[in-house]
Design a protein around this ligand. Structure first.
Ligand code: SF4
Ligand code: SF4
Length: 175
């Protein structure tokens, strides 16, 4: 197969590949339309499902991305205040202020805040953290009466490893 010097195929060459790959029936899209219609009718015949929330709770899967929290292990946060999560956060929702600690990790976040009005639950902070110190929890109920209430400090962010067990196991499996 020939390419132009810039690496792109000509329109003619591209259409030759397409006609070779697709059968006549596939090119009419009829099988895909029929498949779509069958799926739609199947769904129409299924019983309706409405969750009676909040009486009936929603229990998310371990892959669910609820509000980000700080992992607390043996009474202290795992965080070493490197600031990577704050750098990667697209919503600029995280603020970290580092300080020294006599513990082996040497640094800890004296102040760690997430503005939950800014957070878009993207999970980038979790992905960037080298210490597995910030993870997405299964908590999804957030209510604020004033903007200040949406600034979550360490007292609201710290969550024990026992409470986060399923998420931490999920992350280890999927990394
Ligand atoms: S989940 Fe996304 S938006 Fe929210 S704090 Fe983490 S990086 Fe920022
Ligand atoms: S949570 Fe992780 S990425 Fe964010 S400052 Fe702490 S150690 Fe660094």
């Amino acid at each position: 197969m020939s390419f132009h010097t810039n690496g792109q195929k000509t329109v003619k060459e591209a259409s030759q590949v397409r006609s070779k790959d697709l059968t006549f029936l596939q090119r009419t899209y009829i099988p895909e339309i029929v498949k779509g219609m069958v799926l739609t009718f199947k769904q129409m015949l299924r019983p309706k499902f409405t969750r009676q929330y909040p009486e009936e709770r929603f229990n998310p899967q371990p892959s669910y991305r609820g509000r980000p929290v700080l992992v607390e292990q043996n009474g202290v946060e795992r965080c070493v205040a490197c600031g990577l999560c704050a750098r990667v956060c697209p919503a600029l929702a995280i603020e970290v202020q580092a300080a020294e600690t006599p513990l082996e990790k040497e640094r800890y976040p004296e102040r760690f805040e997430i503005n939950m009005l800014r957070c878009i639950f993207c999970g980038f902070c979790e992905e960037a953290c080298p210490e597995e110190a910030i993870v997405m929890s299964d908590e999804y109920e957030l209510v604020f009466r004033k903007p200040e209430e949406a600034i979550f400090g360490k007292e609201k962010l710290l969550m024990s490893t026992e409470r986060l067990k399923t998420r931490l196991e999920f992350l280890r499996r999927s990394r």
